[in-house]
Design a protein around this ligand. Structure first.
Ligand code: DGI
Ligand code: FE
Ligand code: FE
Ligand code: FE
Length: 187
């Protein structure tokens, strides 16, 4: 799939702000991909698609999960966690994009997981640091992203866990698995 085609397909699925976010994630992902040696064209595609399912009705996302081989425990956690896994499934089923690396990057972009591929890390991180983001601590993560992919992802995972625990929210196990795995890999 060409990037122009991906953009045409994704644009009508999102709000203007969310589409612009996706384009910024794509620009950021290309820079990270070149820096860390993953195929930039694939990273760009994954980024354009990463949030495509974000505005599907909650009930529809729930239905997709319940009738799929996705982990059913997703349904016990916040519905914000559903658009990545469902989005990854729909890439192949509805849009004919059959690329395992892109599917996994979309699937795990919100939570991360243990043993993320470099492509998964690039999308996870680009979503966190794209220039429109203003999370507390994001500037330090941007700086780390200049030299150390693992450390930058670790900071993003740590900040997300901090943010969630601070507001008494549930944390999906993959988020902890990402944090623990990245902690072991820190240099
Ligand atoms: O879709 P985006 O807004 O670009 O970003 P995202 O998909 O990374 O995150 C969506 C939301 O999910 C964000 O508000 C943070 C939240 N989130 C991330 N990890 C977890 C989580 N929420 C819960 N409850 N548990 C998690 O592990
Ligand atoms: Fe998302
Ligand atoms: Fe994210
Ligand atoms: Fe996003």
């Amino acid at each position: 799939m060409r990037i122009s085609e991906a953009k045409e397909q994704v644009r009508p699925l999102l709000t203007k702000d969310r589409y612009d976010h996706s384009l910024r994630v794509a620009e950021t992902a290309v820079v990270l991909a070149e820096r860390y040696g993953v195929p930039a064209d694939k990273a760009e595609l994954a980024a354009v698609w990463h949030d495509h399912a974000k505005y599907r009705p909650k009930e529809e996302l729930k239905h997709f999960i319940a009738n799929s081989s996705l982990p059913q425990d997703l349904l016990e956690y916040h519905h914000e966690l559903w658009h990545g896994p469902v989005g990854a499934l729909l890439l192949e089923d509805e849009y004919g994009l059959k690329d395992r690396d892109i599917q996994n990057a979309v699937h795990y972009h919100t939570t991360g997981r243990a043993n993320m591929t470099k492509m998964e890390m690039v999308i996870f991180l680009a979503d966190y640091i794209e220039p429109g983001r203003a999370f507390p601590g994001v500037q330090e993560v941007r700086e780390a992203a200049g030299t150390d992919l693992v450390r930058a992802c670790w900071m993003a995972a740590k900040n997300t866990i901090h943010f969630l625990t601070n507001k008494q929210a549930l944390v999906y196990p993959d988020t902890f698995h990402a944090y623990n795995d990245l902690t072991r890999k820190l240099t």
